[in-house]
Design a protein around this ligand. Structure first.
Ligand code: NAD
Length: 441
């Protein structure tokens, strides 16, 4: 936001590459279907989104002019429950990205065993070029445009990149005005005072942290001897750095859309965030030793034990994967590793904890918010954390075991794990054998 001193960094982030994401997502689906020898009906149903709505959001700017912003909402698949997914405000948002993110949400919700299908929404906009008033009008216009598409039992929205608590509060408020009653369950990630849950702010990072911590013995990780680089020092990246730092990991690099800082002697994430609040970027923040500034691309290639991409899709591609010097990649962003890089990194022995597992903590706690809103009974933070920890450990262990049994990568194992659950819900409505047999069981 242009007049908000506490807002994120000043310059507009680079738009993601225009190369389509969806064909690769469909390849992952096809591979998992083949591996499981699943009925072709399942692939047929999952290969395309169920429905996508597009709209132009026309808002009044502060100078009196009107501007229109392209927007989308996709409900990818709802066999396991109402669709669920965030709303992204970013200049790189396009239909391909939204449909792919909705596809990933479908698998993520299944991996986390939540009673949700997958959805996603977004607006192609650079929020840093808007005033607070313009951002509020845009957020409300989004809900107005999609109000008949979303809803408690149909499609539940949540935050994503550049949609923070206040944006979500405006959206929830707008939806309640349209429905004529308080309707907190159609949108999660709300501020606490507006029916949010404790533990949502750091839930995505915490979920990834629990997954990594669960695998520390299997991966022979000693936190006190391990270094970490975080790309994308926003909500998810910051909280991840903070949690790992508190456990003894040394944070040696962090970045945002303006660039990165690297310091082998270590960086205190709290101090780096304080600097970012004041200056709008991590650039200029100091670590404990000789801190160097570098580009995002360079930072990704510095040696570390754990690399945490927590910004955008396709940050590690065929172009730079040879130079990645991490032992483990914890994918807190969605789709940060391109498919061609995925295979090369796995062949090199780098272990990737895939996005549909690693960042599932956010939607898992969003589910708890939805449950609490529906029951009117609110949990304390230890209940929320215990539930998240158990869920992340259970699903991480299941995927780790599948990886070993089937001799596949963690990503393939995660897709197989999620697909089994989605396929069961599709088959529960009747299989080909059932119908070919005259409807007898
Ligand atoms: P955010 O807006 O809070 O932070 C994003 C950060 O990334 C900002 O610091 C921004 O400066 C930085 N950034 C933008 N472009 C960059 C670039 N090219 N290189 C490096 N940094 C860049 O967003 P967030 O909520 O932290 O989301 C981050 C990622 O995590 C996204 O991929 C999102 O889809 C994913 N994710 C978020 C949640 C959630 O609960 N927020 C849940 C699941 C997945």
């Amino acid at each position: 936001m242009k007049d908000d001193p506490d807002s994120d960094d000043r310059t507009a982030p680079a738009a993601p590459p225009i190369e389509a994401l969806f064909p690769a997502a469909r390849d992952n689906l096809r591979a998992a279907c083949e591996r499981l020898k699943i009925h072709p009906d399942v692939f047929e149903e999952l290969k395309d989104p169920r429905e996508t709505l597009s709209a132009s959001l026309l808002i009044r700017m502060d100078d009196g002019s009107r501007r229109s912003f392209p927007a989308w909402r996709c409900r990818y698949n709802d066999r396991r429950g109402p669709t669920k997914g965030g709303v992204r405000f970013h200049p790189g948002v396009c239909l391909d990205e939204i449909q792919t993110l909705a596809f990933w949400m479908t698998f993520k919700c299944a991996v986390a065993d939540l009673p949700f299908g997958g959805g996603k929404g977004g607006v192609c906009v650079d929020t840093k070029a808007l005033s607070k008033g313009e951002l509020e009008r845009l957020s409300r216009a989004y809900v107005e445009a999609f109000s008949s598409f979303i809803g408690t039992d149909r499609d539940i929205m949540a935050p994503d990149m550049y949609t923070n608590g206040i944006v979500i509060a405006w959206m929830a408020d707008e939806y309640s005005s349209i429905t004529g009653r308080p309707s907190p369950t159609a949108i999660t990630g709300k501020p606490l005072a507006f029916g949010g849950t404790v533990g949502r702010t750091d839930a995505t990072a915490r979920g990834g942290y629990y997954a990594l911590r669960h695998l520390e013995p299997a991966l022979a990780i000693d936190p006190d001897k391990s270094t970490v680089i975080v790309q994308g020092f926003g909500n998810v990246g910051y909280h991840c750095a903070k949690l790992l730092h508190a456990d003894g990991y040394r944070i040696v690099g962090v970045s945002d859309s303006c660039g990165g800082i690297y310091d082998p002697a270590g960086i205190d994430p709290l101090a780096a965030m304080e600097h970012k609040h004041i200056n709008g970027t991590v650039l200029g923040a100091k670590g404990h030793g000789k801190t160097r500034e570098m580009s995002n691309a360079e930072l990704l290639e510095q040696p570390c034990e754990v690399l945490v991409p927590a910004a955008l899709e396709r940050q590690i591609t065929a172009q730079n994967c040879d130079r990645i010097a991490a032992r483990i990649i914890l994918e807190l962003a969605n789709g940060p590793v391109a498919p061609e890089a995925d295979a090369a990194l796995t062949a090199k022995g780098i272990l990737i904890l895939p996005d549909i597992l690693a960042n599932a903590g956010g939607v898992a706690v969003s589910h708890l918010e939805w449950v609490q809103n529906r029951s009117g009974f609110y949990w304390d933070s230890s209940q929320v954390r215990d539930h998240l920890k158990t869920k992340m450990e259970t699903e991480t262990q299941a995927i780790w075991s599948l990886r070993t049994q089937m001799e596949v990568s963690m990503r393939e194992a995660a897709y197989i794990h999620g697909l089994k659950r989605i396929a069961e819900s599709i088959e529960a409505r009747g299989t080909e054998a059932f119908f070919a047999n005259g409807g007898r069981l």
